[in-house]
Design a protein around this ligand. Structure first.
Ligand code: NAD
Length: 381
């Protein structure tokens, strides 16, 4: 069978779902590989590099979709792309099925199978295919780099002949995958780093990375904001008040605030209010990684950067992985390659779409003419 990767059509999307390296691995599974001409260019992979890795370069997207049995891409298909998909073809991409029901229904009716990379169950065995984590890791790193780029000072403190420089103070709100990556990047650059999460079990991880966990003045037994599956649950009004009071206290001191707080299937909680922004020093920077879901900061403008009247820069970009397209394409292509490994137990270049397999079942949102979302809960941890 042939795996084909088209050029991403969404404006500004620089990632690609197959790299020359991942193509070599896919060929070891028995597949032929193809890309649309120029598909890897924005991520730093030339057509020549693909050709050298044994990948066929196909001139147009239409011809690529025609030639491929499996279409691997990054973003969910747009209408034109969805029309090109056909019966018995397999699409593997981010799909966001809960927000994409109409297209999911159409593809299922047509007989296209769809594996949504955002639906890979977050169980240990599936970590190698967990594209949400690999992209969140990059977003967390890049958020700190972006903050640094907009901050007029060093992260680390220095004593130089030209004067003494205090270290920057960085607060990371939300210590999930992106937050932990941001903490690691911030501490490695030498900033004094603080972090807060509603899930108290992450305090140890935060501290082991050299950051200080921010505790609230709140009774301990009421402080657990953990929901199911390692995710957060919405906070009680009292807890939220205690959290906001602590943030109000910290705001004037912090140079950089990176917010990453999310609750599954909800708008992002608003945690950094207008008065907190007003109390920050001029030159401070906020990077709101929750911008896509409405933002954690009241003043965030999605997909944009603003500077407030009191000189605080607020960054609401939603394309952090695409801003590091070489790295994110390599990791995403590897996630896809691992998915293909599980789909190809015989290494014979043939897909065995085993709906008894927890991971494959969990990620499949359309198969054999049916919508298969939402999946049943996984049987193993
Ligand atoms: P996420 O992106 O949904 O949320 C980011 C963080 O925001 C979470 O840590 C959450 O607790 C926090 N948060 C929510 N509301 C908040 C508030 N009001 N204030 C402060 N913080 C708030 O989460 P994620 O990064 O995708 O993952 C979170 C969990 O999933 C973690 O427990 C992680 O270990 C687990 N996980 C497991 C696997 C696996 O086993 N394969 C893979 C990835 C993640």
């Amino acid at each position: 069978m042939k795996i084909g990767t088209p050029k991403e059509v969404m404006e500004g999307e620089a990632r690609v779902a197959m790299t020359p390296d991942s193509a070599l691995q896919l060929q070891k599974l028995g597949y032929d590989c193809a890309i649309e001409a120029g598909a890897g260019k924005a991520a730093g992979f030339s057509d020549a590099a693909y050709k050298e890795a044994g990948v066929e370069v196909i001139k147009s997207a239409a011809a690529l979709y025609k030639a491929a049995d499996i279409v691997a891409k990054v973003r969910p298909p747009n209408d034109t792309e969805a029309k090109r998909l056909r019966k018995d073809q397999l699409l593997i991409s981010f799909f966001w099925p809960a927000q994409n029901e109409e297209q999911m229904q159409q593809l299922a009716e047509k007989g296209t199978s769809v594996i949504a990379m955002d639906m890979v169950p977050r169980i240990s065995r599936a970590q190698k295919m967990d594209a949400l984590s690999s992209m969140a890791n990059i977003a967390g790193y890049r958020a700190v780099i972006e903050a640094g780029n907009n901050f007029g000072r060093f992260f680390t403190g220095q004593v130089t002949a030209a004067g003494k420089v205090p270290p920057a103070k960085v607060l990371i709100v939300g210590a999930g995958v992106a937050g932990l990556a941001a903490i690691g990047t911030s501490t490695s650059l030498g900033a004094i780093t603080y972090a807060f999460d509603v899930r108290p079990e992450v305090a140890e991880q935060v501290e082991s990375m050299g950051a200080e966990f921010v505790y609230l003045d709140f009774e301990e037994e009421q402080q657990d904001g953990s929901g199911t599956g390692g995710y957060a649950a919405p906070s009680s009004p009292e807890f939220r008040e205690a959290q906001l009071a602590k943030f109000r206290e910290l705001a004037p001191e912090m140079d950089i605030v990176i917010t990453t707080a999310l609750i599954p299937n909800r708008e992002a909680p608003e945690l950094w209010t207008e008065d907190m922004v007003k109390s920050m020093k001029p030159g401070s920077v906020i990077v709101d990684l929750a911008a896509e879901k409405g933002g954690n900061c009241k003043l965030t403008v999605k997909d944009d950067k603003i500077v407030t009247d009191n000189g605080v820069t607020i960054i609401g970009y939603t394309d952090f992985p695409s801003r590091m397209a070489t790295q994110s394409s390599s990791l995403y292509a590897t996630n896809i390659r691992h998915m293909m490994t599980d789909l190809t137990p015989e290494k014979d270049g043939q897909v065995n779409h085993d709906m008894e397999d927890d991971v494959i079942r969990g990620a499949t949102v359309a198969h054999a003419g049916e919508v298969t979302f939402p999946p049943p809960p996984p049987k193993v941890a």
